[in-house]
Design a protein around this ligand. Structure first.
Ligand SMILES: [Cu+2]
Length: 143
């Protein structure tokens, strides 16, 4: 075997190993997708699907919108009492092991205030979880 070929083979093997490590990390980690946001004056709501691939429960520690600073972000649940809809603060949101959680309009949502995102069609949302895992997801504006 030539030296060049051996080197090429080692590179391929390393690349495959890296790909394997990466895919097993994402399979065991947290995925966030289908992220969207809507606006109200001075704030809005963020919706997405989060998959907890871990064997343990994970809780949301913090949510940030990377395009702005000083925003207030909280988790709300919209509940219906008769014909009245109201939003309730969720102190701590946890996702059971190997479970999928949906933030959606009219249900659980991520609410932000003190952030003017009228000029954005897309924002970057970073979520940090109780086990130290972190996901960053692009959210597109809903019309
Ligand atoms: Cu809300």
């Amino acid at each position: 075997m030539s030296k060049k070929l051996a080197t090429a083979m080692i590179i391929v093997i390393l690349a495959v190993a890296a790909l394997y490590l990466y895919s097993s990390f994402t399979a065991g980690g947290i995925k966030a997708y289908d992220a969207k946001f809507s606006l109200i004056p001075n704030g809005g709501g963020i919706y997405m699907i989060i998959e907890n691939g871990y064997d343990t429960e994970v809780c949301i520690e913090s949510v940030d919108i990377l395009e702005v600073e000083g925003e207030d972000v909280m988790i709300h649940q919209t509940i219906k009492e008769g014909n009245v809809e109201k939003m309730v603060m969720v102190e701590r949101l946890c996702i059971p092991p190997k479970d999928t959680f949906k933030f959606e309009r009219g249900g659980y949502h991520i609410m932000f205030m003190n952030a003017d995102l009228r000029n954005y069609d897309e924002i970057t949302v970073r979520i940090v979880f109780s086990n130290g895992a972190e996901v960053t997801v692009k959210a597109t504006k809903m019309y």
